[in-house]
Design a protein around this ligand. Sequence first.
Ligand SMILES: *Cc1c(COP(=O)(O)O)cnc(C)c1O
Length: 388
Amino acid sequence: MPAHKIYLSPPHMTGLEERLVAEAFATNWISPVGPHVDAFEREFAAVVGAPHAAALSSGTAALHLALRLVGVQPGDNVFVSTLTFIASVSPIIYLGGTPVFIDSEPRSWNMDPTLLAAALDTHARAGKLPRAVVVVHLYGQSADLDPILATCERYGVAVVEDAAEALGATYHGRAPGTFGRVGIYSFNGNKIITSGGGGMLVSKDEELVAHARKLATQARDPAPHYQHSEIGYNYRLSNVLAAIGRGQLRVLGDRVAARRRNFAFYVDALGELAGLAFMPQAPWGLATRWLTCLTIDPAEFGADREEVRQALEAAGIEARPVWKPMHLQPALAHLDRFGGWVAEDLFGNGLCLPSGSSLAAPDLERVVDVIRRTPRRNRAAATALLAQ
Ligand SMILES: *Cc1c(COP(=O)(O)O)cnc(C)c1O
């Protein structure tokens, strides 16, 4: 019997979600309004320590609203991490803005604060400061927010945090996503907790969050008839999905612990091998290890990233290259950037291993076993042994 497929980061339900969804059915709140939506916002805000939160249909929708609410308009520049998922960037383009890409620093893989300062200086001199900086917290780890916030404050530029991958992480004890003017999170199926699709926008600014809720429900004015003074979107989270999200939120701590245990297992089993280097945990906080990522030096390890990934694939194990930088994307390659080599290197050699919180020990053993057997010298030794 072939072994079951091991996925990168599958959903992991507790059973509680079904009870809460049943409650939504029983009370007939099957729409983007309802008690679960309100409760999810309250409970989420409490968990991350944000004063206000709006539940939305996706992290991408949340970022779209965040950028609109900090005033991004056609023709504006918006700085954004180059090493990220496309959803950090597309909303800039929805609004007619122009993304400018900023490279990573090696110690966190996130936006390099020194390079950001240089980029802001260059743009200030040219009289084209960006409207906002989108700081991404990648793979469960916070960017170095203190210097980024200080620099942006000096230039009067709004900080929008894309914390879609970093729910449960900390930066000096607080949740990334709650430092900037607006922060966003995602509950897509592969994230650390999921609502089966959804997102959250948080801010200290109560009016901004209220405006986000209004824009997310077609921007209806408070009138009994349908009246609109501005154009909105259909971006509100459904009450049924909010029920799933509430159930998941209660086990966030367990999910973080499980992902960190996966990481520790991989480090323990593979850390001694020459040519493998795990994504570092920067000194400023806790990384959730949403995904366990490592880089592979092909000369030292004896196999490159693609050989390892393909060997895993052949064994029914899903692994993925680290995000392809935005400045290398065919749709975006014409845009300006500052640096890019750190991100290119991480993309060239970086691999994300199966990291789900429901992975069992035999699954992790299977992954480790395939990786150990991938270097050419090991394959040669195995072939020699067979030929004897
Ligand atoms: C998943 C993700 C998003 C988008 O979230 P969706 O809920 O899938 O729209 C945005 N940014 C990053 C970095 C992500 O990983």
